[in-house]
Each structure stands twice: as structure tokens, then as C-alpha cells.
Design a protein around this ligand. Sequence first.
Ligand SMILES: NC(=O)c1ccc[n+]([C@@H]2O[C@H](COP(=O)([O-])OP(=O)(O)OC[C@H]3O[C@@H](n4cnc5c(N)ncnc54)[C@H](O)[C@@H]3O)[C@@H](O)[C@H]2O)c1
Length: 342
Amino acid sequence: MTHRGCLIGCGFFARNHMHAWTDLPGARITAVCDTDRARAEAFARDFGVASIYTDAAEMLAAERPDFCDIATTPPSHRALVELAAPHARLLICQKPIADTLEDARAMVAACEAAGAALVIHENFRWQAPLVRMKAVIEQGGIGTPRHGRFEFRHKWDVYAGQPYLAEFPRLAIMDVGVHVFDLARHFMGEAAAITCETQRRNPRVAGEDAFTVLTRHATGDVSVCDVSFHSRYDPEPFPQVWARVEGDEGTIELLPGHRLVIHGEAGRVEEDGEPPVPAWGERPWHVVQDSVRRFQAHVIDVLDGRTMPQPSGADNVRTLALCLAAYESAETGRRVTLEAQT
Ligand SMILES: NC(=O)c1ccc[n+]([C@@H]2O[C@H](COP(=O)([O-])OP(=O)(O)OC[C@H]3O[C@@H](n4cnc5c(N)ncnc54)[C@H](O)[C@@H]3O)[C@@H](O)[C@H]2O)c1
């Protein structure tokens, strides 16, 4: 069965969504919408989509899709999710889910009331080397995880493709914190308390472009999330995640160059974690582009009833709570407990 979808927001990242939908046999985008008509027209022409709209309400009423893929920036997320929930069985919303917990919770409630599934387009946990890392841990390769480190540090000009980022008063935590906090929760479990320090290293940008977060997880275990948009390395590592999880019986690391190293009972085992470059993709984006395809294949599994959303809207509210707690910690200079946030 091929699920019929509508896509809202024909901007920078939606092109990856659309290439991946075109690749996947279980789903087809029948219509696209952007408030900027010229953008919608160029997008539809590039991908051979027949129906173009500038009004999402009109599109949803006319198309009656199985699913709706929302690829706009956060200020529009709540209104679009509330609009689309009664019209589709499943909604995908790009990260960050929203700017406030109030909006995020309202989005989850709207989908629950309408009986629609809400999946957040959180693609880092779907990156090939991180999927492999999780599988090694679940197979007992390092014993119980006790300490995690999740890093995203680079000096790539992210402002060229996403100029709006330079204006955001809340930058790195809301843009990439959502990804690395999702990883910290995915690998180490729920967060109980965090401490955050932020930096603004690039004077051209309004918000914080670097942060370091120390998390105590509910298990008592600890992780560090370390992000910077202004750190020079050669070769430029963007958009690679570096990660390390230490367990009671071993350690697994994701190192520059997509190299996975397992320090286990058998000694050191090294694997190449690099995914292939999609036919429509290019380096250095391929690890992200491949993860978009994996994430969307997962959405088709959810639509087919084979699995549950990863991550769901309700789950992702807890990641947003972690972001907001990070700002609170940085602003007050205090450790923030998460029970109070969720
Ligand atoms: N998961 C990832 O790896 C990743 C990477 C980059 C961006 N993103 C996320 O993707 C989202 C979009 O980012 P982008 O850089 O593509 O933004 P963008 O500004 O390039 O594109 C957004 C588009 O949405 C349209 N739009 C806004 N409100 C609308 C509405 N109500 N109805 C119809 N169209 C509307 C705009 O006109 C614009 O064309 C952001 O939330 C961003 O954080 C995710």
C-alpha cells in the first residue's frame, strides 16, 4: 500500500525530505504547500509534484492525505499541527517541536484528540553509525551504559543555508541541543538534573553558538553534551556527531571519519560506520541525508502499524524541557532538576 502525503514548507531542508520520499516505495507526496508561491512552484517542478498550494487548510481539505509532513520553522509548528491533526492519520513535525512547552503540549493534545500519531523529525538517532552504536549496546557489547558524551563541534557556515539562524536569540541549544539531548536520552535514559554553560563565540550571531551541558540521568549515570558552531578542525567535521558511551564492561566510540571503535572483552574492534552517499545526495551531507531516508522509512513502518513513533511528540516534549532547562541553568548559574520542568 502506498500512503499519500502532503508536505508543508518547501524550504532548505524539505528538499532532503522530498528526495527521500521519492526514494521510498511505501509513500508518495501528492501535494506541496508554501506561503511563498514561487518556492512551492520551483519545488513542485523539481520533484514532479502535481498539486501546489499556498494555504495549508485548503490543501488538507482538498487532498485528504494519510500523512502530513511539516517542514517549516518552529513559529508555525503549533498552528500547523493543530490544523492538520483532524485531516491525517499521522503528522510529522520538524525539530524543534516548538519554542515553548505550552505549545508542544498543545500539539501533542491536538493529535491525541484527533487520534493522529505525531512523530518528530528527529534524525540524529537515525544516523547509520548511531543506529549501529545503539544496537551494539542493546546486544550487551559494553554492559550497562554509565557515562555518555555527545559532541557536535564544527565551523561550517550553517548561516549560508539557514540565514535565519544568525538572528535567533536562542540558537545552538534550540537548533542542535534538541538533537544531542535526544541522543543523551536515547542512550542514557531520562534526565534528572542538568547544568549548562553557554558561549557566544561568533560575534556575527545573536544567540549562543556553543554550549556544554552536564546531565545526571534518572539512573544516576552521567552524560556530557558539547556543541559549538565556531570550532575549527581540519578536516572540517560537519555534520558528523562524535559520541562515546562507557559501560560497565566496555566502551563504544564514534570518532571523526564515521569510525566506530568498540573496546570490549575481545580488545579493540574498529568498524567503518559511514553510510553510502544517496544517489541524490552529496558529501558531507550524506550521513544526514541517509538518516532522513531511514527516519522516513520508519514513518512508513508506523503508518503500516509495524512499530511506534521514534521519537513521538510526547517523548520529544521531554527533550524540549531539557533545552529550556539548559537555558534556565545558563541564565541562573544553577543546576536545574527536570521533574519540575515536565
Ligand atoms: N533535522 C535536521 O537535520 C534539520 C536540518 C536543517 C533544518 N531543520 C529544521 O527544518 C525546519 C525548516 O528549516 P529550513 O531551514 O528548511 O527553513 P526554510 O526557511 O528554508 O523553509 C521553511 C519554509 O516554510 C515556509 N512556511 C513557513 N510557514 C508556513 C506556513 N504556515 N504554511 C506554508 N509554508 C510555510 C516558508 O515560506 C519557507 O519556504 C526548521 O525547524 C529546522 O530546525 C532540520
